[in-house]
Write a protein that binds this ligand. Structure first.
Ligand SMILES: Nc1ncnc2c1ncn2[C@@H]1O[C@H](COP(=O)(O)OP(=O)(O)O)[C@@H](O)[C@H]1O
Ligand SMILES: [Mg+2]
Length: 263
């Protein structure tokens, strides 16, 4: 069941508790999960990386700085992406610490913020991220959409945020038709902005010959290692879906590859 234990603010967001966790560790490491587009599987892969880290006894948490398309539960805003991650692995962090901003409209962050008359404070995003890093070994940061998504109109984009958070990235790409172009363009643009894509994860693989070729061509164009090819999981039953997905995480995400990327 979803729980929101904190006092409500008038805009439906929840007041942040003082302490994120009782345990203090050395400052953790972060990675940015970048997508070629929306719906490519950033959340799905974010959950997988968390799952594999958890399985190997690392403390990890997800952070989605700006969520749009949130739903409300008991008067609190809940991020669907963070709910998915929590369902897939045992992250106990409160929702309120897993987003800096959580907007209702499912549109680009800059419009979602404007619609609620909110000015996004980029320092708050950095502070929230650092607060999580103090309490976890690894923090997996999920973007919204792709690299050139505006966060503040005409001012601040997803790529600015990645730079401000001082993060390298894993690029999540589709397996199917169109992916060579989208993946290569994202990689080129990331390079031009000084963002280091350490690995590519190809998601939604159906075992088709041209998907295998896509992987080969992407490797040869970018020179970036493809660290996982994640199959499309097909089932209608929710409980079975979670089990099937976890099984695929175990089969297709290698802990050593992930730790290498964190450096
Ligand atoms: N490999 C996969 N197998 C089955 N379903 C997937 C897979 N990857 C993503 N999905 C589903 O596709 C939808 C979009 O994926 P999501 O991770 O939310 O994309 P993004 O975060 O990039 O917008 C979600 O319903 C997700 O559960
Ligand atoms: Mg997502």
């Amino acid at each position: 069941m979803l729980m929101c234990m904190f006092a409500k603010q008038t805009n439906g967001a929840c007041i942040k508790p003082k302490a994120i966790s009782e345990r203090k560790l050395e400052m953790g490491k972060g990675i940015f999960i970048l997508g070629t587009d929306t719906d490519v599987g950033k959340t799905f892969i974010t959950a997988g990386i968390n799952y594999i880290l958890n399985k190997n006894n690392f403390r990890c948490c997800s952070f989605k700085p700006v969520q749009t398309g949130a739903f409300t539960f008991s008067g609190c805003r809940i991020s669907g992406d963070m709910k998915f991650v929590k369902e897939m692995c045992s992250i106990e962090e409160d929702y309120v610490n897993m987003n800096s901003y959580c907007f209702i409209k499912e549109v680009s962050p800059h419009i979602a913020a404007e619609l609620e008359d909110v000015r996004i404070d980029t320092k708050k995003i950095i502070n929230d991220f650092n607060a999580l890093k103090e309490n976890y070994d690894y923090v997996i940061v999920e973007g919204a959409g792709g690299l050139i998504v505006p966060i503040i109109r005409n001012e601040y984009y997803m790529y600015d945020m990645i730079k401000d958070l001082n993060l390298s990235a894993i690029l999540v790409s589709r397996a199917g038709i169109g992916t060579i172009n989208h993946t290569s363009l994202t990689w080129e643009f990331a390079k031009s902005k000084g963002i280091d894509i350490k690995g590519i994860i190809v998601n939604g693989y159906n075992g088709l010959y041209y998907e295998d070729d896509n992987v080969d061509v992407i490797k040869s164009i970018t020179g970036v290692p493809v660290i996982s090819v994640m199959p499309k999981v097909k089932t209608d039953n929710t409980d079975d879906f979670i089990k099937q997905v976890q099984l695929q995480y175990e089969k297709n995400i290698n802990i050593d590859e992930i730790l290498k990327i964190f450096g």
